[in-house]
Design a protein around this ligand. Structure first.
Ligand code: FES
Ligand SMILES: [Fe+2]
Length: 459
């Protein structure tokens, strides 16, 4: 535990702020099949994508499948403990190898002519192998492998044969996430929803907090100052970060407006809300102090590695191109969109939640409501938008997306008109364009990597 003045008392150092231009963001970016196709070829096949979870394939031969637009990717645990990724396609005549979400194999056997591949991708059996004029397929053919790395307990893949390292790709995000035990967090929620909007509509939404007051009036992250309390960061690698203060009531305690989750949080950390009537601004530092004091005994063995503000605030990231996540002191709220295989006006949206729950600790239900009652390592559910609630906050976000998609089709829409606090959206679209122009990933323009300050060093 640390009570002295040190780096923990300070706000996170700002990232270097790249120049942001002012070119328009028009509706066709969300509706045009031609633009959609260019994006897939120039962006999606050139970036690191967070796709799998290590803990879900512990044994050699365990595998997971995930779709990325028209591609299907297999991630397979190897005998040496590493994970390899392959395109899910038989090299004989192109059949998909598996359609299930996950499983365990000794060999992947193609259902068409029975070719069998080992978990390391080598072809182990081909019927009538002597009948191939080019030679035995087992000597010439293997599954097509894709760059694959693991970080924070997740499996990341990159379809670019010249991919650089994941660490270079993530830039300052790597250092930030290394502070948390994300690899030890477990899944409490896993909803995959087919939503009638372009995949960027989802990412744009999670790139700003300007909508909180209108869409999430009950959110505790904003008080009167709103965005002025928020730290916005962007890095040369194309990712961004938004640090939103939390631990504030939406309004004053007068009239009992203190929202229930904050009340529950205070009680969990042995604070009496009544002591803060008229002093609501003191709740946030009080929660931080309590967590410093009681965290270790409650099983949070990593709180000493976090800044004070990390004990209460939302560190919200957009990892280019499709992954938004709110990282809190005990949770990782995973928000990912992926394109439909063919239709620019549809996407696949994942609202998953991982959390750190110390053994034996019983804690009140956290956001999303009732998450802990559902238990840990929950099954993955897939459904269409509207069939089922995905939790209050995300239902609120999704309720906007289909209407916005309709607006993007209108000839009456001439492009966005953004506020300063929405600058991350502008930047995000510029990065997409830099991929489309071939400037990224390998850079005809010299994109300078962000300086990363080691944790604990003075400014
Ligand atoms: S297509 Fe797979 S064995 Fe023929
Ligand atoms: Fe939202």
């Amino acid at each position: 535990m640390s009570s002295m003045m040190d780096w923990r008392n300070e706000a996170a150092p700002a990232w270097e702020r790249p120049h942001i231009g002012a070119h328009p963001i028009e509706g066709f970016r969300y509706t045009s099949p031609e633009f959609f196709h260019r994006e897939f070829e120039s962006v999606w096949t050139k970036v690191w994508l967070l796709l799998g979870r290590e803990a879900e394939m512990p044994e050699p031969g365990d595998w997971q499948r995930e779709e990325v637009g028209p591609e299907s990717i297999l991630m397979v645990r190897q005998v040496d403990g590493s994970i390899k990724a392959f395109y899910n396609v038989c090299q004989h005549r192109g059949n998909r190898l598996v359609f299930e979400e996950n499983g365990h194999v000794k060999r992947f056997v193609c259902k068409y002519h029975g070719w069998a591949y080992m978990p390391d991708g080598t072809l182990n059996f081909a019927q009538d192998s002597e009948d191939f004029p080019q030679g035995n397929p087992c000597d010439h053919v293997r599954l097509k492998e894709i760059a694959c790395e693991t970080f924070a307990g997740f499996v990341w893949v990159n379809m670019d044969p010249e991919a650089g390292t994941l660490k270079d790709y993530l830039g300052p995000v790597w250092e930030d996430w290394s502070m948390y035990p994300i690899d030890r967090m477990r899944r409490y929620l896993a909803y995959t929803v087919k939503v009638p909007c372009n995949w960027k509509v989802i990412q744009d939404n999670f790139n700003e907090s300007y909508h909180l007051r209108a869409v999430h009036p009950e959110a505790s992250v904003t008080i009167e100052e709103g965005y002025k309390d928020t730290q916005f960061d962007m890095c040369a690698e194309g990712h961004s970060r938004m640090i939103m203060h939390a631990g504030y009531p939406a309004r004053s305690l007068e009239g009992d407006k203190l929202r229930k989750p904050l009340m529950a949080l205070m009680e969990e950390w042995e604070l009496d809300p009544e002591d803060f009537r008229g002093k609501e601004r003191q709740i946030r530092p009080a929660i931080q102090q309590q967590k410093r004091k009681l965290g270790e005994a409650k099983g949070f063995d990593y709180f000493d590695d976090l800044r004070d503000e990390q004990l209460t605030d939302y560190y919200h990231y957009t990892i280019f191109p499709n992954f938004a996540v709110s990282v809190t002191n005990d949770g990782f709220h995973f928000l990912r969109s992926r394109p439909d295989p063919h239709d620019p006006e549809k996407c696949i949206f994942d609202n998953w939640h991982y959390a750190f729950d110390p053994e034996g600790e019983t804690r009140p239900a956290a956001t999303p409501a009732g998450m802990r009652e559902r238990g840990v390592d929950v099954p993955h559910e897939v459904f269409d938008y509207g069939d089922k609630s995905v939790g209050l906050g995300i239902d609120q976000d999704l309720s906007i997306t289909s209407g916005q998609q309709l607006g993007f089709r209108s000839r009456g829409f001439e492009g966005v008109y953004l506020s300063g606090q929405e600058a991350r959206i502008r930047r995000y679209h510029e990065v997409i364009d830099e991929y489309l122009q071939g400037i990224r990933p390998h850079g005809r323009l010299n994109v300078k990597p962000s300086p990363v300050r080691p944790i604990g060093t003075p400014k």
